[in-house]
Design a protein around this ligand. Structure first.
Ligand code: GLU
Ligand code: MG
Length: 436
C-alpha cells in the first residue's frame, strides 16, 4: 500500500450522487467504528451543484457516515490513477442511532417489513449507459459496436468482477454508443449497493481510457434512453420462490399478483422516486421500450411491470426464474429509495389483498378506451411536476418517507426543476449527461 492510498467513505444522496470523505487506507481501521463527520444539509445538495433552498436542515446538526464493511470495494489502479477503493455508509446520528433520512435505512426498514411476512427479496438493477463519443455509431447490438469500444468492454467487466459486482454480460444496446451490463441478483440491500458500485466502476474505467460514460436517463430526445430495470424475486425462508404458481395466469402466484397490483396502484407517486429527474419522463413514453403504460405484462416491453420469460431449455428451474421487472426507473433515482418504495407499494397491495391486474399481452398504445379500461391501463406521469403532484397526493407513499425526508426530497427536486426551467429538452439532456 502506498502512503497516500485512500478509501472513500460514501453515501448515495437523494439525487443519486455519491458523496463522502476519503481517509488514508492505512488509518481505515480507526474509522470503522466511528465513521467520518457529515452534515444534515448535505442531503439537500442537488445534482446540479447548488444547495436546495429552502431546505429543512439549515446550518444546524451533525451526523456520521458509518461504513458498512460488507460493502468494501476495491479496483486496482493503473499507471495513471490509484486504486478505486470505497465503502458505502449508513448516515447515523452522532450516538450511532439511524438517521431518519438515511436512504439505506429506508430500504432496510421496507425489507424488514417484508421479512415480517416471511418474505425475502433478491433483486438486480439492470443498467444501461452511453459512452459520450462523437464518432458515428456502429449498428445496434452489433459485435462491431462492442469491438470499436475496446478495450473498454473487457476492462470494465474485469473491474466489475474485481469489485464484487458479479457482472453477467455486456452488450451494445440500441442507442448510439450504448451498453448494458446485467449483474447477478443479490439480497435486498446488497442489490442496491451493487447498483451504486456498478455506476462508479463503469465511470472510473471509462475515465481511465479518456472516455466519459453517462447513465443519464436520456442523452438525445430522438434516441432510446438509458433505463434501469429492477428485477425482483420474492423467496421464502427456504429460498423457494413465492412468485411462482404454475396454475395461475403467467405462472404468477396470488402473492405476486397482489404485490404487482400494489406497485401499479402507487406507480404515479413512485415515479417521483424511481424516475426523478426533470428529463426522466421524456424517456418513459410509448414505443421506447421503457414504459408505454402502467400495466402488468408478460414478456411485453411497453409495460411498467413485466414478467420476463421462464426458460425451458436444459433443466432450468422455472420457479427460480420467475420474477417481476419494474421498468420505470433510471439512474437519477437513489436505488435505496426506489427499491424501498417499490417494496412498500407491493406490500400495500398484499395487505389490501388487491385483485390481480390483468395481463397485457399487446401494445398499450393500440388500445381504444374500452380496451384500456378492460386491461386497467394507467398513464405514467408526463413530467416531473406531475410526478411530484402524484407524490403529494399519495398519502401512503409520503407516509413511508416521513415528513423530514419528504420535505428534503421535494426541495431537491424543485431546485432541479428551477435549474433547467430555461432550457429546452435537448439542452437539459446535455446538462444531465454531464451529471450522471
Ligand atoms: N432503453 C430502454 C429503456 O429506456 C430499455 C430497452 C430494453 O432493454 O428493453 O428502458
Ligand atoms: Mg436494455
Amino acid at each position: 500500500m502506498s502512503a497516500g492510498e485512500l478509501v472513500a467513505l460514501v453515501c448515495c444522496d437523494l439525487g443519486a450522487i455519491v458523496r463522502g470523505r476519503s481517509v488514508l487506507a492505512s488509518e481505515l481501521g480507526e474509522q470503522l467504528d466511528t465513521g467520518v463527520s457529515w452534515v444534515p444539509a448535505n442531503l439537500s445538495l442537488t445534482p446540479c451543484g447548488s444547495l436546495a433552498e429552502p431546505n429543512p436542515f439549515g446550518s444546524v446538526g451533525d451526523l456520521r457516515l458509518l461504513p458498512d464493511p460488507d460493502t468494501h470495494t476495491r479496483v486496482e489502479g493503473d499507471q495513471g490513477s490509484g486504486p478505486l477503493e470505497l465503502m458505502l455508509c449508513d448516515i447515523v446520528e452522532i450516538d450511532g442511532q439511524p438517521w431518519e433520512c438515511c436512504p439505506r435505512r429506508f430500504l432496510r426498514d421496507a425489507l424488514s417489513e417484508l421479512g415480517s411476512l416471511g418474505v425475502r427479496l433478491t433483486a438486480s438493477f439492470e443498467h444501461e449507459f452511453q459512452l459520450l463519443r462523437d464518432a458515428p455509431p456502429a449498428p445496434a447490438f452489433s459485435l462491431e459496436a462492442q469491438r470499436r469500444a475496446e478495450p473498454f468492454p473487457a476492462q470494465v467487466m474485469g473491474a466489475l468482477v474485481e469489485a464484487g459486482a458479479h457482472p453477467e454480460r455486456i452488450f451494445a444496446e440500441y442507442a448510439p454508443h450504448q451498453f448494458e451490463i446485467p449483474v447477478r441478483p443479490a439480497r435486498g440491500l446488497a442489490s442496491a449497493d451493487r447498483s451504486v458500485v456498478l455506476k462508479e466502476v463503469v465511470r472510473e474505467i471509462a475515465r481511465r481510457q479518456g472516455l466519459a460514460a453517462s447513465f443519464t436517463p436520456l442523452l438525445d430526445p430522438a434516441e432510446a434512453g438509458n433505463g434501469v430495470h429492477v428485477h425482483i424475486s420474492l423467496l421464502d425462508d427456504a429460498e423457494e420462490s413465492l412468485l411462482y404458481d404454475a396454475s395461475r395466469p403467467a405462472c404468477l402466484s396470488e402473492l405476486g399478483e397482489r404485490f404487482a397490483a400494489g406497485i401499479l396502484l402507487h406507480a404515479p407517486a413512485l415515479s417521483a422516486l424511481t424516475a426523478p429527474s426533470p428529463i426522466s419522463a421524456a424517456r418513459l413514453r410509448p414505443h421506447r421500450w421503457s414504459v408505454g403504460a402502467l400495466a402488468l405484462a408478460s414478456q411485453n416491453r411497453e409495460a411498467l411491470l413485466r414478467i420476463p420469460p421462464v426458460l425451458r431449455l436444459a433443466h432450468e428451474d422455472a420457479a427460480a426464474q420467475l420474477h417481476l421487472e419494474y421498468r420505470g426507473a433510471d439512474a437519477a433515482a437513489n436505488p435505496y429509495l426506489a427499491l424501498g418504495a417499490i417494496v412498500r407499494a407491493g406490500l400495500d397491495g398484499v395487505h389490501r389483498e388487491l385483485p390481480a391486474p390483468p395481463i397485457l399481452e399487446r401494445d398499450p398504445a393500440g388500445l381504444d378506451e374500452a380496451g384500456a379500461a378492460r386491461y386497467r391501463v394507467g398513464q405514467w406521469p408526463a413530467s416531473l411536476e406531475d410526478s411530484l403532484q402524484a407524490l403529494a397526493e399519495d398519502e401512503s407513499v409520503r407516509g413511508w418517507l416521513g415528513e423530514l425526508l419528504y420535505e428534503a426530497y421535494v426541495g431537491v427536486k424543485r431546485a432541479e426543476l428551477r435549474a433547467v426551467a430555461e432550457l429546452d429538452l435537448s439542452e437539459a439532456c446535455r446538462r444531465y449527461a454531464a451529471i450522471y
